[in-house]
Design a protein around this ligand. Structure first.
Ligand code: GLY
Ligand code: MN
Ligand code: MN
Length: 485
């Protein structure tokens, strides 16, 4: 990648990004003058609102109703340095994207209280100024980072007034009256509000925004469907290249899935878990640097994040050579049966915990039947939670813009709550026998199986959004044989 103009003198060594308005030393007056002009007017006219604009308006209205009289500040966040002068790809805060549909760094949504609600304004970086050199001499200038929407364009796209964000911190510092901010994304905005906010009141707003996302609207359901469809294609891509992964490593699988995520969506929704052989027993194996061997299992847990930032979260455990061994099939089929029991419990009006309890019961029954828990009966095993040595994690979680969505929701409204139509959650039981687990027969050791699907609660049950990918062991084998040709 190109570097910005190389600093030579000590004065020039001040990072260029911090010199927002001064011309860079060493630039001739003639070049500076040349760069000011000769550019076409590229303003876009008559833009249609983005598809989710009507939904974001409804979400802002719900937030407004919850906190009358308070100024509400929801930042997108800033770029984060990866090293020296390069940054990580930017992803806006979930709260900001949920309420605006905008994804640009440094943006801030402000809901200003009025007599009968709030006026919403989005504060954004405007187009780069060409007169003062910002356009090409500032590292955030459009010549370096790409064209931004003008404030007028943003207003048309997002359906709310847009203003220059660069004055916002000073305005907020001066403002009076009660304020709440979503913390953890924009240090500059938080500093400006430092003496006006309290952690407790800010947390109330974060909790509200998390609970607001428990039930998905029609736009969100459509995006989750897209995420699952792209993810299914990504899993097919991986099956087609398993021979190349065998010749290289788990990284080939990670890269293959990532290609699908970047071409069809925004990104992967979380670090892909590409766990071959005994790595499958490590719940969050994301190093992905191990060998892929015929005769072993591949546990692939991966999800495409759509352009609107909704992610799938899907796991399949696949025999690398296309056929399960007897012991692999025995463990796989137990997890499949547990998942079936869990999915059957996903129905409106059911306690949220029911699908977890149903899946855990099936797994405990198998572990007892296999003689891994001595003389204990299933009820005692469940009472003591002893199955958890091998089941390890909860059986699922809410899914949406965050892979573990709605994480700030109160226990009473989530884990101790009731399923409702429009909720979307994973059902993902697993069994994991660590390679060094001396309490199980040797043939179990190093085998890990998880099957994970994304369920939408409907009016009369559920719909499996990732159900196009086969799950039953014989269907997995047939599907793999078809793809490998
Ligand atoms: N991929 C993380 C999870 O399944 O929850
Ligand atoms: Mn997962
Ligand atoms: Mn999950």
């Amino acid at each position: 990648m190109a570097e910005e103009l190389t600093p030579e003198t000590p004065e020039e060594q001040e990072p260029i990004k911090q010199r927002k308005n001064g011309l860079y030393p060493g630039v001739s007056d003639e070049l500076a003058e040349s760069m000011k002009s000769g550019w076409a007017d590229t303003e876009l006219h008559g833009l249609e609102p983005i598809a989710q604009a009507e939904y974001t308006a409804a979400r802002r209205a719900a937030l407004s109703r919850q906190f009358p009289g308070d100024r509400l500040v929801i930042p997108a966040g800033n770029l984060k340095t990866r090293s020296n002068d390069t940054e990580y790809n930017f992803r806006p805060s979930t709260e900001y994207a949920y309420l605006t549909g905008d994804h640009t760094n440094d943006g801030v949504l402000v809901l200003e209280p009025t007599a009968d609600g709030h006026d919403a304004t989005i504060y954004l970086l405007p187009r780069s100024d060409r007169e003062n050199g910002e356009f090409w001499l500032d590292g955030m200038g459009e010549l370096w980072t790409g064209r931004r929407h003008s404030l007028t364009e943003a207003e048309q796209l997002l359906g709310l007034p847009a203003k220059d964000v660069r004055e916002l911190a000073a305005q907020l510092a001066e403002a009076t009256g009660p304020v709440r901010v979503v913390r953890g994304h924009d240090a500059g905005i938080e500093t400006a509000l430092n003496d006006k906010v309290t952690a407790e009141r800010d947390e109330e707003m974060r909790v509200f925004l998390s609970e607001a996302r428990l039930v998905k609207d029609a736009f969100e359901v459509g995006e989750l469907e897209k995420a699952c469809a792209s993810t299914a294609r990504g899993f097919e891509d991986v099956v087609r290249v398993l021979d190349k992964a065998e010749a290289t490593s788990e990284r080939y699988i990670e890269g293959t899935f990532f290609l699908r995520a970047r071409v069809e969506g925004n990104d992967i929704g979380y670090g892909s878990i590409c766990a071959a052989g005994p790595h499958a027993t490590t719940l969050h194996w994301v190093r992905n640097d191990g060998a892929v061997r015929s005769g072993e299992l591949l546990l692939l847990d991966a999800g495409v994040e759509t352009h609107t930032l909704y992610t799938a979260d899907v796991t399949r455990t696949l025999p690398i050579n296309g056929r399960f061994t007897a012991i692999q099939r025995k463990i796989y089929d137990a997890v499949y049966d547990a998942q079936e029991a869990g999915i059957a419990a996903v129905t409106p009006g059911a306690p949220y915990r029911a699908f977890h309890d149903a899946a855990q019961r099936v797994l405990a029954e198998r572990l007892v039947a296999w003689g891994l828990l001595g003389d204990l009966d299933v009820e005692k095993v469940l009472e003591l939670g002893l199955q958890r040595r091998w089941t390890l994690h909860g059986t699922g979680h809410m899914l949406g813009m965050d892979v573990h969505d709605c994480a700030a929701a109160r226990t009473d409204n989530y884990v101790n709550g009731t399923l409702e139509p429009g909720m979307c959650l994973t059902v993902e039981p697993g069994l994991y026998f660590q390679a060094d687990d001396l309490t199980v027969p040797e043939e179990y050791r190093g085998i890990g199986v998880r099957i994970e699907d994304d369920l939408l609660v409907t009016e009369d049950g559920n719909r499996n959004l990732s159900g196009s990918l086969p799950r039953r062991s014989d269907e997995v084998e047939t599907w793999m044989a078809g793809l490998k040709g």
